[in-house]
Design a protein around this ligand. Structure first.
Ligand code: GLP
Length: 240
């Protein structure tokens, strides 16, 4: 795992946006794997700035998001669908038909998981997958447990994730209890993975990434089997 240690959130966002921008400039028809949460917002803002400055063209780019709450309507301002529009898609020229997010409003979540998994597997492989990390070490919504899932699946959110994400909702009771998420195998198919982390709260999860152990108790440790992962983190996440 390559490490890029940054002073702060701004530098982390700058470095991540640079990696994505280099790819988009070189391969106009590339595929990006995108994440939600507060961590990648600064990266998305920099991509928007570069787009506005005429440096980037997203018209040939395809995107796949990691996950979505279930059940949730895409118009709900807490859905990841809404988040992506507000924080990135509404501000760049990516084509609607090239944007893929699991459907939180699907009637049959099992069927939706199969559809999404199939779509990821039959499309061009993700060139760069952006990941954040939960305080409990989850990636996407692959929560710690006795075992992990390889493919896109519906999952129960842990108490830790529900309370960590409650800050975005009116109350903890409003946080959906389930989500549809790419599995670990789906994520590991990406050619390159960029994991972003900032702030002291992520220190324990980041420390676990930097030793030898792989454990389903900290799902992000599974990234150690991939041969092209860059960890871009700030000093607080790295040193605690
Ligand atoms: C959420 C998302 C993850 C994200 C994580 C961290 O639950 N499913 O993809 O990486 O939590 O969120 P934040 O960046 O806000 O700390």
């Amino acid at each position: 795992m390559k490490l890029i240690l940054c002073k702060n959130y701004e530098e982390m966002s700058e470095k991540a946006a640079f990696e994505i921008a280099e790819l988009v400039k070189k391969e106009s028809k590339c595929t990006l794997g995108l994440a939600t949460g507060s961590t990648p917002v600064g990266t998305y803002q920099r991509l928007i700035d570069m787009y506005n400055g005429g440096e980037l063209d997203f018209s040939g780019v395809t995107t796949f998001n990691l996950d979505e709450y279930y059940p949730i309507n895409p118009d709900n301002d807490q859905s990841y669908d809404y988040f992506m529009r507000k924080n990135l898609f509404d501000h760049i020229n990516v084509k609607k038909e090239n944007v893929n997010i699991p459907r939180g409003s699907a009637v049959d979540p099992g069927e939706e998981c199969n559809r999404y998994e199939e779509l990821v597997r039959t499309s061009n492989p993700v060139d760069i997958q952006i990941l954040g990390i939960g305080v409990n070490g989850h990636i996407g919504f692959n929560e710690p447990g006795e075992y992990l899932h390889a493919s896109t699946h519906i999952t129960d959110l842990t108490e830790s994730t529900i309370s960590a994400n409650a800050r975005f909702f009116e109350s903890e009771d409003d946080v959906p209890k389930k989500a549809i998420t790419m599995g670990i195998g789906t994520i590991l198919r990406a050619k390159k993975i960029i994991l972003l982390a900032n702030g002291k709260a992520k220190h324990n999860a980041i420390s676990a990434l930097l030793d030898e152990k792989i454990t389903s108790d900290i799902p992000a440790t599974l990234l150690k089997v991939h041969n092209n992962v860059i960890l871009i983190c700030d000093e607080e996440a790295y040193y605690g």
